[in-house]
Design a protein around this ligand. Sequence first.
Ligand code: IPM
Ligand code: MG
Length: 366
Amino acid sequence: MTKKSFTIAVLPGDGIGPEVTAAAVTLLEQVAKQSDVTFQFTYGRIGGCAIDQDGTPLPEETLQLAKAADAVLLGAVGGPKWDQNPGHLRPEAGLLGIRKALGLYANLRPATMHPSLVEASSLKPEVVSGVDLMVVRELTGGIYFGEKKRYQGADGAEVAEDQLIYNEAEIERILRVSFEIARKRNKRLCSVDKANVLESSRLWRKVADRVAADYPDVELTHMLVDACAMQLVRAPKQFDVIVTENMFGDILSDEAAMLTGSIGMLASASLAEGSFGLYEPVHGSAPDIAGKGIANPLATFLSAALMLRYSLGLDAAAEAVEKAVSAVLAAGHRTGDIAPDPSKAIGTAEMTQLVLDELAKQAVAK
Ligand code: IPM
Ligand code: MG
């Protein structure tokens, strides 16, 4: 039997990005060894490293490489070195550019409380234990991509403008993705907006109500974004799937992430129409710990699991990776970001090996 082959574009980026993506590549190689698939890895630059070497945060070559692949695995971008650069020469512009260029409009950010990490959360165990929610963030519209302007006002003072635009089609497609996800989970979808103030939110709500008619099995509720920020820390277990626009989703997904104790554990998927997607840990480049071999690779492993599931259709392999991560945590192994006793923290390489060993015990193929 010929092995099924997938091409994965790896974009390590900056800070701890190269360390955690290298660890995830060894994990995927192990998945291949245990199953009937092969992976071909291609490598490109994005973010600060691309600014330094190519003069742009998103070289054309990287975009071509990503387009030619079945999925993209990204580390992280950014660092103090490029913080003073103008907007178009900041590492973040690479990330925003690739989202737009590849049409990655649906950003999935699951926040799941691992039972063995309840103590790592800053909230009370009874509030966070059992939290299992998914933030679906619209990723290619809204205020992030509206027109930006700087000019001199009539009184001579400087003025800045950021435009927030959504059209019906953009709202409808992200709502549909969210309803489909809710359907496969606990069938509850909370659409978050600021409809008491923003016109774009009033359109959002109208479209959400219209789309809901096609999903009678899913319960749709609406919540204002400020109330949602409050409810997330007060009673997070009330949420199953949250769908919201780009900037609200940026903020709420960080808040949801922290419920689980460490942003070092959180995975994300950014999906286009069809099965193509970009997968990245939520944590960012963490320049303060870059190159020290202490970064937590688990968020990238869990992102790789999302990739196996959503882009490659390898559900059994995805589950095996998730189980391996849970088993290692249950056995008490911790990197520095989640270790209650820092003297017992292990590094990236050791954590990676432990997960590989657990994976070796799992059935990866269907
Ligand atoms: C994220 C990040 C990015 C965003 C930044 C780095 C541009 O915060 O992915 O959540 O705001 O989308
Ligand atoms: Mg963010």
